[in-house]
Structures are given as structure tokens and as C-alpha cells.
Design a protein around this ligand. Structure first.
Ligand SMILES: [Zn+2]
Length: 103
């Protein structure tokens, strides 16, 4: 079951990258309208609940605290990773535009 789910996610992401990097303008535009909002929703659902509790610790990660005995201050590792990924994605896009390579 796990492998089927992961393989489905990977296949979808691979298709999106392939379309974004080598697709026709029409395919890229279609993906932007249809798939990017779903990707954003998925991204937001992953971050859902990773908000500070009354002690300044991540609520979602606090559930794991009982297992690992550690506190997770906000922003937690997941939120920082998400932010870094978005910054890297933006930086990569700017670098490609600066070099005249937009695709
Ligand atoms: Zn967290």
C-alpha cells in the first residue's frame, strides 16, 4: 500500500516536472491552471497544524514529542524545509530567467 501511494505521488510529480521543463506552451499553461493549485493545496495540507502552541512549540510535531522526547520550537523543521524549498525554487527560476533560459 505504501509503495503504491508513494509511486503515485512520484509519478505525478515527475509528470509535472517533465511538462514544466519540456512541455509545449499549451501543456504548461494547462498544468498551471489545473495542477498548480492542487499542488499548492497539497503543500498547505502538509503544513497544516504546524503552528505554535501555548508554549511556542509546534502543535503537529508535539505529537511526536511523546515518542522522541524532544520539543520542536516553531518554525519547526517541516516549515523551515518548506520555506527553503520555495526560496530555492524561486532562486532557480530567477537564475534561469537571468540566463535567458525560461524553460
Ligand atoms: Zn511542525
Amino acid at each position: 500500500m505504501y509503495n503504491e501511494v508513494i509511486n503515485g505521488i512520484e509519478a505525478t510529480l515527475d509528470t509535472m516536472v517533465r511538462v514544466a521543463t519540456r512541455g509545449t506552451d499549451r501543456a504548461v499553461l494547462s498544468m498551471a491552471h489545473e495542477d498548480v493549485p492542487r499542488l499548492v493545496d497539497a503543500f498547505r495540507s502538509l503544513m497544516d497544524g504546524h503552528t505554535p502552541d501555548e508554549n511556542g512549540c509546534c502543535r503537529a510535531c508535539a505529537r511526536r514529542r511523546a515518542l522522541f522526547g524532544r520539543r520542536h520550537p516553531v518554525p519547526c523543521r517541516l516549515v523551515l524545509s518548506a520555506r527553503l524549498a520555495l526560496l530555492n525554487a524561486r532562486h532557480g527560476a530567477h537564475s534561469k530567467h537571468a540566463m535567458g533560459n525560461t524553460r
